[in-house]
Design a protein around this ligand. Structure first.
Ligand code: GLU
Length: 484
């Protein structure tokens, strides 16, 4: 084991977003590829928006995706607790240290005062920020405020005129001026820490060596650098990974489709496909190969191949990858994966009466048409739905010689009907009628399914069996007679 240690630190204010899943994945890949460790920490200090259900859902999503952590929530670890609301006394102690060293101070400003200051700065065209009104309150003034029952916040005193520099592994050197940043709250009046404070304390106490997170946290980094400096903490390395954009190059949002990982699971994307796809969002392996197993990805993953430019969520690529993974599954595995979708379909009753052998044949027959597992319902519809003849199919049925082909097909239908028997039977019909393959397969397909395209014909017929197939042929012959 190396000394590399990373963390994924979601806020449980919603389900695990695609972007969050990608951050978790990159941390995991970095840990695995360096024989390091991954910590899962829950950042729930926004108590109004944080929910235990979301925490559970995030953890479940991470498990589903195949991300494993060695320390933190649900795992062992000597640096717990791993939920920030259970670490409040730790943050309070460090805030106290900063108060004592004069690097932080109590602030008694009310919401109204702060809002007024904000508006004044905005009207002067300046960046709204806290100008430090409570910095120099005398002890007597402070006591008076406390006597009035005002609960103070604790603000960090931002050093004036300083440049904070971070050599970000992905973004390169980034500098921030302290002057645009107002003294910020580290402990709220209810005693809870703010994100920028808690994150630093935790990363240090948990021994984090690399902070890999979304680019949107880059503007928070200077505040965090100030805390590291004030507490004499050694900083970790930082890597801010790019945003994920929708296909229109706008920040990925609900209007681009599903944004949470769980939704992809519900649609029937396979975790290994999702793992593969997400790993390629902002990272690229050396060769051209796009289909890589989790261990191949972990073996090839390095942060220097993580791109600075935004990643685009390419649904077509995800679909392609998922389809390839579905094709690689063995039938028994696929059969159990599609079961929940079929159990919820209108065909559940009919499927319940099928033999296991027929059921697996049906799945094998439609497998190559599945982009995601939920497609199963529409793909097997042809087997169970009442026939609706397409216009093109009706035209085929009207063609010369079709009735003779269908009649021969029905008259000579064999007793056993495995897919191979059905193939032989169709060939026998060709021989007997002298028709070419296409003039047998196409009319039979149109007669039994009402469609010109569809899954493998011998398989389809085999699934229906003799009685159902012949009923369908009969119905088609009647239609030809009626001369629609
Ligand atoms: N709780 C933060 C978030 O969910 C984590 C930020 C970080 O990784 O520092 O965005």
């Amino acid at each position: 084991m190396s000394n590399i240690k990373v963390r994924f630190a979601p806020s449980p204010t919603g389900p695990l977003h695609i972007g969050g899943a990608r951050s978790a994945l990159f941390n995991y890949l970095f840990a695995v590829s360096n024989q390091g460790e991954l910590v899962l920490r829950i950042e729930d200090t926004d108590v109004d928006r944080s929910k235990r259900e979301y925490e559970q859902e995030i953890i479940e999503s991470l498990h589903w995706l195949g991300i494993k952590w060695t320390e933190g929530m649900g795992a062992r670890g000597k640096n717990g607790p791993y939920r920030q609301t259970e670490r409040v006394s730790i943050y309070q102690e460090y805030a106290q240290n900063l108060l004592e060293s004069g690097q932080a101070y109590y602030c008694f400003c009310t919401e109204e005062e702060l809002e007024q200051e904000r508006q004044e700065l905005i009207s002067k065209g300046e960046t709204p920020r806290y100008l430090g009104k409570c910095r120099y309150l005398s002890d007597a003034e402070k006591e008076a405020k406390i006597d009035q029952g005002i609960k103070p916040t604790i603000r960090f005193q931002v050093p004036a005129n300083k440049i904070y520099v971070v050599d970000d592994i992905v973004r390169g050197r980034v500098s921030f001026e302290s002057d645009g940043i107002g003294d910020f709250i580290i402990l709220k009046s209810d005693g809870l820490p703010t994100y920028n404070f808690a994150v630093v304390i935790d990363d240090v106490l948990m021994g984090i060596t690399h902070v890999i997170r979304a680019e949107e946290h880059l503007p928070n980094t200077p505040r965090q650098l100030m805390i590291y400096e004030a507490l004499n903490f050694k900083r970790p390395a930082f890597a801010h990974i790019s945003l994920i954009l929708g296909s229109d190059r706008q920040k990925m949002s609900k209007r681009h489709g599903a944004t949470s990982l769980i939704q992809y699971r519900e649609m029937g994307y396979l975790p290994a496909a999702m793992f593969n796809f997400l790993s390629l969002m902002g990272w690229a392996p050396e060769g051209e190969e796009q289909l890589l197993s989790p261990s191949e990805i972990a073996g090839a993953f390095t942060l220097d191949r993580v791109s600075k430019s935004p990643a685009v969520f390419d649904m077509d690529k995800l679909n392609w990858i998922n389809q390839q993974y579905i094709k690689k599954l063995d039938i028994s595995e696929l059969t159990s994966l599609v079961k929940p979708f079929l159990d919820n379909s209108p065909y559940a009753g009919s499927i319940g009466q099928m033999s296991q052998e027929k059921y697996e044949l049906m799945i094998a027959t439609v497998r190559d048409h599945l982009v995601c597992l939920s497609d199963i319902t529409q793909e097997v519809a042809v087997i169970f739905d009442q026939i609706e003849y397409e216009t093109e199919a009706l035209q085929v049925l009207q063609s010369e010689g079709v009735q003779a082909v269908l009649q021969t097909f029905a008259d000579e239908f064999p007793a056993s009907n495995s897919p191979e028997d059905m193939k032989q039977h169709l060939k026998a019909v060709m021989k007997k009628t002298g028709a070419k393959a296409k003039n047998v397969f196409m009319p039979v397909r149109c007669a039994v399914s009402g469609k010109v395209h569809g899954p493998d014909l011998p398989n389809l017929i085999s699934i229906w069996g003799k009685e159902e197939t012949l009923n369908r042929i009969d119905a088609a012959i009647k239609i030809i007679h009626k001369g629609f």
